[in-house]
Design a protein around this ligand. Structure first.
Ligand SMILES: Cc1cc2nc3c(=O)[nH]c(=O)nc-3n(C[C@H](O)[C@H](O)[C@H](O)COP(=O)(O)OP(=O)(O)OC[C@H]3O[C@@H](n4cnc5c(N)ncnc54)[C@H](O)[C@@H]3O)c2cc1C
Length: 419
């Protein structure tokens, strides 16, 4: 059976980008249908570190208040290279209203956004789960303007006709593929293997830890409420080789970077299915829109995991695009007005994304250094460590692109998130 819906906007993908956009549009009385292929929000390992600018935005949007007790503020970062601490940053010293990144499980964030849309703007917000976009509707043939989306659902085909369709369907965006918009995928030299372990009692749970030895590194991220997310690098495409060496090779690898975890990795990680692999690449899309369609979030610009920038840019994209679409609809909502909104959106956002990407790629290169290069890396970290101004400059490229300096916000928090 084919069902049809009509809305001002059809968003494909109910991730951080798609749901934030849908809420922001519905709030402005723009009707929106979100098509999400999954029947639930459960995703482990994904998008749990949320950058300070996004925490600030989520607060302004009324989402943070719905998440009390579901997240943990992070107060610092520590880099240990070849056994010596080379850099420490204390986020509490950054002079911004929300200086802290938070660790927030993505299912909690997505549920809060969906609840906000459904409870506060039910007449304009529709979320259809288990709906997989399979085709774009086009006016006047294959390369004509996009006029909606066709999705596969358990009940049959669903057609959503919309003045604007939005691809918010993530790093492997099918809609981007179907649109024909060209893009370049830049694979980086490493992939990352992720696993979760119980939080070791000797660590404080407000600090991000980065451990480096030669060209091996690990990220150790406290994960709300009581575990640590561990990500360590392997050469690009090196998972098969690592697996062939067996789990003892993984134990040894982690034990070398974090002896504190040597025991728990042996007892907790009993098979490769306890791990997950993140293929690290960044995607450059020269044009983020075409008539009737805009790309946002990972679909427009996939980033690497460094400093939790994926969710950050997804949320900022959504908050930037929503008022432009509202204005375009007020101006008649025709194809030209919406196309101008799409172009304006990219102009407003691409510099900021490029800045984060450049910072991430610099850090990727630093991670890869060893031998004499490793000595240079340690010296560089130590130079940054000695200057609060430099720390602000370096981290600011990722953390503080939106906020203006000002006093810290005192948040009403549950005991688990109290400063
Ligand atoms: C292992 C891992 C760890 C990560 N850790 C972090 C982190 O700590 N911090 C951080 O900021 N970022 C992290 N990221 C990146 C972050 O998850 C993404 O940048 C962020 O989720 C992008 O949001 P998005 O809404 O653009 O896309 P996504 O979150 O990918 O959402 C896309 C949505 O579209 C849906 N979808 C896909 N195809 C279709 C279709 N055809 N029809 C309908 N729905 C569809 C998907 O089910 C999904 O819900 C991580 C990513 C991975 C893979």
């Amino acid at each position: 059976m084919t069902t049809e819906l009509t809305a001002d906007v059809c968003v494909v993908g109910g991730g951080p980008a798609g749901l934030t956009l849908a809420v922001e549009l519905a709030k402005r009385s723009v009707s929106v249908v979100v098509l999400e292929q999954s029947g639930h929000f459960d995703r482990s390992f994904r998008g749990e570190s949320v950058s300070p600018d996004s925490v600030w935005l989520l607060d302004k949007l009324g989402v943070l208040g719905r998440l009390e007790g579901a997240y943990q503020q992070m107060h610092g970062m520590e880099i240990i290279d070849s056994g010596s601490t080379v850099l420490r940053a204390d986020f509490r010293r950054f002079p911004y209203p929300h200086p802290y990144p938070v660790e927030m499980p993505q299912p909690a964030l997505l549920s809060a956004l969906a609840d906000l849309g459904q409870e506060e703007h039910p007449e304009h917000f529709t979320l259809v789960r288990r709906a997989t976009a399979t085709r774009l509707l086009r006016a006047g043939g294959e390369s004509g303007p996009v006029t909606g989306v066709v999705a596969r659902t358990p009940e049959g085909e669903l057609t959503v006709r919309a003045a604007l369709s939005v691809a918010a369907d993530g790093r492997f965006s099918k809609v981007r593929e179907m649109s024909g918009l060209p893009y370049t995928k830049l694979p980086l030299d490493r992939d990352v293997v992720w696993l979760k372990l119980p939080f070791p009692s000797e660590w404080d749970d407000r600090t991000y830890r980065i451990r480096i030895r030669g060209d091996q590194h690990g990220l150790f991220i406290p994960t709300h409420p009581d575990s640590v997310r561990v990500g360590f690098n392997i050469p690009k495409g090196g998972l098969k080789e690592l697996r062939a060496q067996g789990l003892p090779a993984l134990y040894e690898r982690l034990g070398g970077l974090a002896p504190e975890l040597a025991e728990s990795v042996r007892s907790e990680i009993r098979s490769w299915s306890d791990t997950s692999m993140l293929d690290i690449f960044t995607t450059m899309v020269p044009r983020w829109s075409m008539p009737g369609l805009v790309l946002i979030g990972d679909a427009a610009h996939t980033l690497t995991p460094i400093l939790g920038q994926g969710v950050n840019h997804a949320i900022i994209d959504a908050v930037t695009l929503a008022p432009l679409v509202r204005d375009a609809i007020d101006a008649g909502g025709d194809e030209a007005a919406l196309a101008r909104a799409g172009a304006e959106f990219q102009r407003a956002r691409e510099g900021s994304v490029a800045k984060s990407r450049a910072l991430q790629l610099r850090q990727e290169r630093l991670f890869a250094l060893h031998g004499v290069g490793g000595v240079g890396r340690r010296s560089l970290y130590r130079v940054v460590d000695r200057s609060q101004k430099l720390k602000e400059r370096v981290l600011g490229g990722a953390y503080f692109q939106l906020q203006k300096p000002g006093p810290h916000v005192v948040e009403a928090q549950s005991p688990s998130t109290r400063v």
